[in-house]
Write a protein that binds this ligand. Structure first.
Ligand code: GLP
Length: 260
């Protein structure tokens, strides 16, 4: 795993947006896996700025979802489909035709999850998957003790995750209990995994992910199994890392021509 410690969230967003821009320039129809939550917003803002400024053409890029709530009505503003349309697709000037994800309002949610897993493979696989991290170490909505080989499926949220996400809803009661999430095995099939974590609240989860043992109790630790995983953290999220100085020195010594 490559660990990059950046001064703040904006610098992390810029770094990751630059890597995505480099990918799309090399492979214009790249499939970009996007994450929701507050953390990746600086990435989307930096990417949109590059597009607006004419430095980047994303018109052929494709975008896919990491996870989705189950049971919210179609078009609900906090469904992850709506969030991605609002925060990624529209600012990048893309259309809905270039975007796909699982339907959390499907009649047969289990079948929908399996179909989404197949759709990702049929699309040629994800080129770069963005990830955030939950305070309990989850990626996507793979809560602690998810199988490290899991495929896209329905999951039940922990109370901690529902509380963490309640800020997007009028009340805790409105936060769904169930979700469809790419499985950890599914996520590991992406060609490049890029996890961004910012703020002190993520410091323990980051330390367990990067320096702890591979454990289903910390789903993000599965990144240790991936040949090309990049973890970008700000100083606050890096505060629990024992090897922080080593990670800084390693990144500083990286050749200028090498992207993350
Ligand atoms: C949700 C999403 C995750 C995200 C996490 C953290 O649980 N399913 O993909 O990483 O929230 O969100 P935030 O970045 O807002 O802390």
């Amino acid at each position: 795993m490559e660990i990059v410690i950046v001064p703040d969230a904006a610098a992390g967003g810029e770094l990751i947006a630059s890597a995505m821009a480099e990918l799309v320039t090399r492979k214009p129809d790249a499939l970009l896996g996007v994450a929701t939550g507050s953390t990746p917003l600086p990435i989307y803002q930096a990417l949109a700025a590059k597009v607006r400024g004419g430095a980047l053409d994303v018109s052929r890029a494709r975008v896919c979802q990491l996870d989705e709530y189950v049971g919210l009505p179609t078009g609900h503003p906090e469904s992850y489909r709506s969030v991605v349309l609002r925060e990624v697709i529209e600012p990048l000037g893309l259309t809905e035709a270039s975007f796909f994800g699982p339907d959390g309002a499907a009649e047969d949610v289990a079948a929908e999850a399996i179909a989404y897993d197949h759709a990702l493979a049929a699309a040629g696989g994800v080129d770069l998957q963005l990830l955030g991290i939950g305070t309990d170490g989850h990626i996507g909505f793979n809560e602690p003790c998810s199988s490290l080989a899991s495929r896209t499926r329905i999951k039940t949220l922990t109370q901690q995750t529902r509380v963490d996400n309640a800020r997007f809803f009028d009340s805790l009661d409105e936060v769904p209990h169930h979700v469809i999430t790419q499985g950890i095995g599914t996520i590991l099939e992406a060609r490049h995994l890029v996890l961004l974590a910012t703020g002190e609240a993520k410091a323990d989860a980051v330390a367990a992910t990067v320096e702890g043992p591979l454990s289903a109790l910390v789903p993000a630790s599965a990144l240790q199994l991936h040949p090309h995983a990049t973890v970008v953290v700000d100083e606050a999220a890096a505060s629990g890392l024992k090897l922080a100085d080593y990670f800084r020195a390693t990144y500083a010594a990286k050749p200028a021509w090498q992207s993350i």
